[in-house]
Design a protein around this ligand. Structure first.
Ligand code: URA
Length: 243
């Protein structure tokens, strides 16, 4: 590649939200950034979308205008790009450009954290069961689940599409449990709770992999960037590229 092709690496890292220009220069100087598998030097030039850039082994999407938002979805908002019944959608809440798509889905009545992105590769990895991304839910249920019920939720619940994979389940308060799953079946938490005799009254997603935010108001969103974006990208690396 000739010297004037591409863009400066630290500028590309800043544009995609890894950190400030200064932080990125430090990352490069510390040898934590690779381009096409080689440790990068300050001032290296890269072609976004062509050269593979990684920080701490996590490959980054460098296409221009890649954005990821974290939304606190309120009840009654549909997780689709366009609803045929004219109901409000999660996509209506975030900026129209660049166009983003929800990562996975939350039911109409489910609240809480949802990622939206135009980074198709990351969206795929976040939803693919083989990457095993944890999703944590706070669940208000009918009745008070016994220890035996919690054990069943943890070990696997028989549903009409098969037994659920091992999960985490713990009591937070009477009638309120925290469930962490890494599968993404349709209405999975509702069906699991229903199957053990404790229908869901209210369901809130509180964590997606490394991403959590207790201060984001329902109906609000914010960009995911910097260290948090790196953590997310690292969480969805294929096993042989992590660490
Ligand atoms: N499990 C459910 O039952 N509903 C959701 O929206 C998410 C997980």
């Amino acid at each position: 590649m000739s010297d004037d092709e591409g863009e400066r690496l630290q500028k590309v890292l800043a544009r995609i939200g890894v950190g400030s220009r200064r932080t990125n220069e430090d990352l490069i100087a510390e040898g934590r950034v690779t381009v096409n598998g080689e440790v990068a030097i300050l001032g290296a030039r890269v072609v976004p979308g062509v050269d593979e850039i990684a920080v701490d082994g996590a490959v980054l999407s460098t296409l221009p205008d890649t954005v990821t938002y974290l939304l606190n979805k309120p009840r009654g908002v549909v997780t689709t790009a366009a609803d045929t019944h004219g109901r409000p959608t999660v996509v209506d809440i975030v900026p129209a450009e660049p166009r983003v798509f929800p990562v996975g889905r939350l039911d109409l009545d489910t609240e809480g954290l949802l990622l939206l992105t135009n980074d198709g590769g990351m969206a795929h990895r976040l939803t693919h069961p083989s990457f095993g991304i944890d999703k944590e839910y706070l669940v208000h249920v009918e009745g008070i689940p016994s220890r035996a019920v919690l054990r069943t939720l943890r070990e696997g619940v028989e549903l009409d599409d098969g037994v659920t994979a091992p999960a985490k389940a713990a009591t937070v308060a009477p009638g309120m449990i925290k469930i962490t799953i890494h599968e993404g079946r349709n209405r999975q938490v509702r069906r699991m709770c229903e199957a053990v005799g404790h229908p869901v009254r209210r369901l809130v997603r509180t964590r997606i992999g490394p991403i959590t935010d207790t201060r984001l108001e329902p109906g609000s969103f914010r960009p995911v960037e910097g260290d948090e974006l790196l953590d997310l990208q690292r969480a969805v690396q294929p096993a042989d590229q992590s660490g």
